[in-house]
Design a protein around this ligand. Structure first.
Ligand SMILES: C[S@@+](CC[C@H](N)C(=O)[O-])C[C@H]1O[C@@H](n2cnc3c(N)ncnc32)[C@H](O)[C@@H]1O
Length: 217
């Protein structure tokens, strides 16, 4: 995007891409967040037949990297933006046809997935929008099998402060705050952390923090 829309519009679009701007925003996000997404995709150990879920995948443009890691596995993607689900379906038509991917509208905290059905859950650049983080973490805990991993990718609050519209409704965290939030109910334990101070961001030079938590029994 050459000229950004006003801050109120940018904040609302990043939270939930919608309407005519949705595809421009999602293209910009998948390009600008590529380094953070790819860093986070490399975090956990994944069995070749792993059942994997991504929450808030946007257009899912980087899914091929995950499929390389789970050649016999299955990936599910949920996003509460119908525009993003439709775009992800178009971008990933090949994987849908092979029945290695399913894509659905759904809101984190209330996902129609069976208990302990996933080996790994990814969610990148969504933590800022979790209105009820403990309810979201409870849902993730329910869906993950014991020993499975929750893999979060975020920019720290210090980095996000470089972008003016993140003051409008984003809940940002420093590294230790994000870890404390996820570990607070003692259902998850941090097992790996990757950090790049100078990952390319969407609108400015940003950091990239990838956190891998194990789901405790
Ligand atoms: C900032 S975008 C990030 C997209 C992509 N993961 C990335 O890093 O470029 C946030 C995405 O998560 C979705 N999202 C945010 N909160 C959500 C929630 N509670 N449940 C489902 N989807 C959510 C939005 O619709 C949007 O597609």
């Amino acid at each position: 995007m050459d000229t950004l829309p006003p801050d109120e519009i940018m904040a609302a679009q990043c939270r939930r891409p919608h309407g005519e701007l949705a595809s421009t925003i999602s293209a910009s996000m998948s390009k600008g967040n590529a380094a953070l997404i790819l860093q986070t995709y490399q975090l956990p150990e994944l069995a070749p037949d792993a059942q994997v879920l991504e929450l808030g995948m946007g257009n899912g443009q980087h899914f091929p990297v995950l499929f390389e890691r789970i050649p016999h596995g299955h990936l599910s993607g949920f996003d509460y933006s119908p525009e993003m689900v439709a775009e992800a379906r178009t971008v990933n038509a090949q994987w849908l046809a092979q029945e290695r991917l399913s894509l659905h509208e759904g809101r984190l905290g209330n996902l129609p997935l069976a208990d302990q059905s996933m080996d790994a859950i990814f969610s990148i650049n969504t933590l800022y929008f979790w209105d009820e983080p403990q309810a979201c973490l409870a849902d993730i805990y329910r869906i993950l099998r014991p020993g499975g991993t929750l893999n979060l990718g975020i920019r720290t609050r210090t980095s996000m402060a470089k972008i003016s519209f993140t003051r409008l409704g984003f809940q940002c965290y420093e590294r230790d705050e994000a870890i404390a939030l996820v570990e607070s109910q003692q259902h998850f334990q941090l097992i790996r952390l990757d950090y790049s101070p100078d990952s390319h961001g969407q609108f400015a030079a940003m950091d990239a923090l990838s956190l891998c938590f194990r789901r405790l029994p």
